[in-house]
Design a protein around this ligand. Structure first.
Ligand SMILES: O[C@H]1[C@H](O)[C@@H](O)[C@H](O)[C@@H](O)[C@H]1O
Ligand SMILES: [Fe+2]
Ligand SMILES: [Fe+2]
Length: 312
């Protein structure tokens, strides 16, 4: 399968598209060799929230809490509070290691520590796109915002950090996982917020839409506020990779602008690796660490700008 796609801007590390771009039409080959497994590590299909499993109940309880509490006012408060980026300074690798303690309670497909997931994603991308350093880096850092779970970053509850994301300030779409729990959210009956467009003009662009608060928006804020030079596609991936109602179900597209539509193509590429690389096969962290340290070192200029990160 191929799709026409714009290539990202140079970010300070090589963006080499030769191996995956055919002809001069900027077509990116999406099935670069990665074999998508049919079942997750529990033997079930991916993202099946109704399948009987040991995680079903706790995942559902996670979404109940998430949907009740993620209101427009809550998101606004969190954005202001965390936008100050006055928490702590830490290297990228330290942040990865911090995630060793946490299992994502919203995820029906993986119960391994989060550092495994970061490396599984980045390694799967690296195998198919060996020359796309920027995409390896995006894989490595896309979920780093989950450090919000750690007390050093405020120790937020899981419902305020992980899980799929969705816009607030307009009606919740039924494609959201466990949609029924939104009925207990104060915004559900607020006439300002419960119409299709809500407070947003049609086609206003996702940048103008308030998304539920969590690791995506936090990591994006960190990158943006510190003037990271990551390409717009990388920032889009970081910011919207949990927005499954949009990138999987095609909901909320009336809020997108042309730039979003372009970036969405890259998010579709990325999502395959983010979702289907989840497995019980552990990555040998010490073995791959030198590569990722050298990658972090290589992008020092970018990372030096990233809020709570610094290079040792
Ligand atoms: O449960 C997962 C997890 O929290 C991921 O980090 C997020 O990106 C996904 O959207 C979600 O389904
Ligand atoms: Fe995520
Ligand atoms: Fe992820």
């Amino acid at each position: 399968m191929t799709i026409a796609i714009e290539q990202p801007q140079h970010i300070g590390i090589e963006v080499d598209d030769k191996s995956k771009v055919s002809g001069d039409t900027n077509e990116l080959v999406l099935d670069g060799g990665f074999l998508m497994p049919e079942t997750n590590s529990f033997g079930q299909t991916f993202r099946d929230y109704d399948a009987e499993s040991e995680r079903k109940k706790s995942v559902e309880e996670f979404y109940r809490m998430n949907h009740i509490n993620q209101s427009y006012d809550f998101v606004k408060t969190m954005r202001e509070k965390y936008g100050k980026l006055n928490r702590v300074e830490m290297s990228i690798w330290e942040c990865c290691e911090l995630l060793n303690e946490f299992v994502d309670e919203s995820d029906p497909d993986l119960d391994e520590p989060q550092i495994e997931h970061l490396l599984q994603t980045a390694e799967a991308i690296r195998r198919d796109y060996p020359d796309q350093d920027w995409l390896h880096l995006t894989g490595l850092i896309h979920d780093l915002g989950k450090v919000l779970l750690h007390e050093k970053f405020g120790g937020l509850p899981q419902w305020a950090v992980v899980g799929d994301t969705f816009p607030v300030g307009c009606a919740y779409d039924e494609s959201n996982v466990h949609f029924k729990y939104f009925k207990e959210n104060p915004d559900y009956n607020n006439p300002n917020y419960n119409t299709k467009n809500g407070i947003y003009p049609e086609g206003c662009g996702l940048n103008n839409v308030m998304m539920s608060w969590g690791h995506d928006d936090y990591m994006y804020l960190v990158a943006k506020e510190n003037k990271s030079t990551l390409p717009s596609a990388a920032l889009f991936i970081i910011r919207y990779h949990s927005f499954y109602p949009l990138h999987k179900c095609g909901a909320y597209t009336h809020l997108m602008n042309d730039e979003d539509k372009e970036n969405l193509k890259w998010l579709h590429v990325f999502n395959k690796y983010d979702l289907y690389s989840k497995s019980k096969v552990r990555i040998d962290v010490e073995k791959v660490k030198p590569y990722y340290l050298s990658l972090i070192e290589k992008v020092k200029i970018i990372i030096a700008h990233l809020g709570f990160f610094h290079i040792n």
